[in-house]
Design a protein around this ligand. Sequence first.
Ligand SMILES: NC(=O)c1ccc[n+]([C@@H]2O[C@H](COP(=O)([O-])OP(=O)(O)OC[C@H]3O[C@@H](n4cnc5c(N)ncnc54)[C@H](OP(=O)(O)O)[C@@H]3O)[C@@H](O)[C@H]2O)c1
Length: 251
Amino acid sequence: MILITGASSGIGEACARIFALDPRTRGLILLARRKDRLEKLAKELRHKRTDFEVHVIELDVRRRKLVAGFAKANAKLLANANVLINSAGMAAGFDPIQQGKTEDWDATIDTNVKGLLYMTHIMLPHFLDKNDGHIVNLGSVAGYEVYPKGNIYCASKFAVRAINESLRMDLLGTKIRVSSVSPGMVETEFSRVRLGDKKKADAVYAGMTPLTGQDIAEAIHWCVRRPRHVNIQDMIIYPTDQASPTLVSRK
Ligand SMILES: NC(=O)c1ccc[n+]([C@@H]2O[C@H](COP(=O)([O-])OP(=O)(O)OC[C@H]3O[C@@H](n4cnc5c(N)ncnc54)[C@H](OP(=O)(O)O)[C@@H]3O)[C@@H](O)[C@H]2O)c1
């Protein structure tokens, strides 16, 4: 059973589709705030396959007490999960720090860092019980290199990289795997959420070919389906038209 946060859009949604096509996947737990989207996706996946379960969970990963309550109420279901894909994430705002809005900083850090930690924290006891499990964190090239106005988002993804590497050390000696996939530009709802409107978001990808959610989901699927003794620590994936967070070739 695979638990995917941020399954209502973009990379998380693409992961749900890819893993649903894999006959080794026994079930999916799709988690996000927009339940209608998750229900629609679950319906589509249940049509494709009748031999697996799809569960829909409406949850805001920033809400520590709600996450803990969800874990307590669903302990049996979560005990069956052996993969956690932490895709829930976002960037709020695109301003220099001196003009930044503190509510944007809270939203970004609370989702990308604390939300990822809360979800990891509720799954680890189950993984440790079984001495089996795989955590896949969505990092970013922004976790390797900062760029102008990227500030707090970059800080959050540097933190994800630190958490990813720390988990590898803390879990050493167990059979629990921890991986990260760190993409460059992927065309999803990410830029619309960050910039607030579709026109501005479209301009981000103008004249270049970005990655798709499916490109990243395929990489995540590959990481997860390696044999148990193989741990992919991180995969940095750029579009061919991008060579660094700020170097983009546009025609
Ligand atoms: N797109 C890129 O260029 C890019 C590049 C590098 C890394 N990434 C990372 O990839 C991950 C996925 O992003 P994406 O590109 O797929 O963006 P997206 O299309 O906007 O998807 C983000 C997902 O996260 C969920 N989410 C956001 N806040 C949440 C919360 N508080 N609680 C639960 N779910 C929440 C959203 O669902 P709801 O709104 O329904 O809750 C949505 O399903 C993020 O961690 C992002 O930082 C993206």
